[in-house]
Design a protein around this ligand. Structure first.
Ligand code: CP
Ligand code: NVA
Length: 303
């Protein structure tokens, strides 16, 4: 039996594959907007969508994407399934994958999606873990391509927590070949091994202004991620100076864009002025989740 293809991080696809996926996503977007609605490569197929954390964009985009491709997205909340009552991941993976064609999971530890993939007989997609959010980066790379063209060789500044988004931007720097400056407070760095491995293209800079200087793209994320709600107050103090505001944007290139995976906390990691400003492409980023994931579903189905 051929090996099953999963998408747990951006490293699961080659650079060429990711680039093809991004261009295919743009093609699918154009076709859909032109009214071409009879392309159904996933006819009668089911995607199980397992959510152990909240979601707006991820759920809406995957479920809609499946409908548009002729299949069905089945929402499964851990609260309402045996997963929430402690049925082992490896048992759930074997059972669910015996009935559906693909599985998407949003959960806590990255080891959970790895175990799920190990025991699944169908492709598994990581829809966010504590460590990575690769689907978001597919949409982000597509959005940059649409607005400014090739990101290769450009400089990106990531401001804030060394979290799942930060680490996904690090993988993107490798796969899409750009430089990444990370400005984060002490104690909130991304994984040290990943940082060392990607040292030729990822630089940790404590000074947010120095990180933003000359960047073609500035991005940030919430100070406290899902599961860290109790740390909100401590984090507000630690991150107080790590805000993307007009002054920070002014240090970047004139044609720099601002990205945020959303949901955003206005006046915390980003000001309303920047989020709603001319350089912000956050609404396109959100919409592109749909198109990028349709390309991903199509590719995994064909593999
Ligand atoms: N960006 C993102 O994944 O949003 P949701 O949490 O709403 O899915
Ligand atoms: N870092 C955020 C991203 C949300 C899409 C979180 O994990 O909550």
């Amino acid at each position: 039996m051929a090996e099953i293809r999963h998408f747990l991080t951006l490293r699961d696809f080659s650079r060429d594959e990711l680039n093809r996926l991004m261009h295919r996503a743009i093609e699918l977007k154009t076709a859909w907007k032109n009214g071409e609605r009879d392309y159904h490569p996933l006819k009668k197929q089911t995607l199980a969508m397992i959510f152990e954390k909240s979601s707006t964009r991820t759920r809406v985009s995957f479920e809609t994407g499946m409908t548009q491709l002729g299949g069905h997205g089945m929402f499964l909340s851990s609260n309402d399934t045996q997963l929430g009552r402690g049925e082992p991941i490896k048992d759930s993976a074997r059972v669910i994958s015996s009935m559906v064609d693909m599985i998407m999971i949003r959960t806590f530890g990255h080891d959970i999606v790895e175990t799920f993939a190990e025991y699944s007989s169908v492709p598994v997609i990581n829809a966010l873990t504590d460590a990575y959010h690769p689907c978001q980066l597919l949409a982000d790379m597509m959005t940059y391509q649409e607005h400014r063209g090739d990101i290769k060789g450009k400089t990106v500044a990531y401001v804030g927590d060394g979290n799942n988004m930060c680490q996904s931007w690090m993988n993107a720097a490798l796969q899409f070949d750009f430089k990444l400056n990370i400005a984060c407070p002490e104690g909130y760095e991304p994984d040290a091994e990943l940082l060392e491995e990607l040292g030729d293209r990822v630089t940790l800079i404590r000074d947010i202004r120095a990180a933003a200087e000359g960047a073609s793209l500035i991005t940030t994320d919430v100070w406290a991620s899902m599961g860290q709600e109790e740390e909100q107050k401590i984090r507000e103090k630690a991150f107080a100076t790590f805000q993307v505001n007009a002054e920070v944007m002014a240090l970047a290139k004139e044609d720099a864009v601002f990205m945020h995976c959303l949901p955003a906390h206005r006046e915390e990691e980003v000001t309303t002025e920047v989020l709603e400003g001319k350089q912000s492409v956050v609404w396109d980023e959100a919409e592109n989740r749909l198109h990028a994931q349709k390309a991903l579903l199509e590719a995994l189905n064909a593999s």
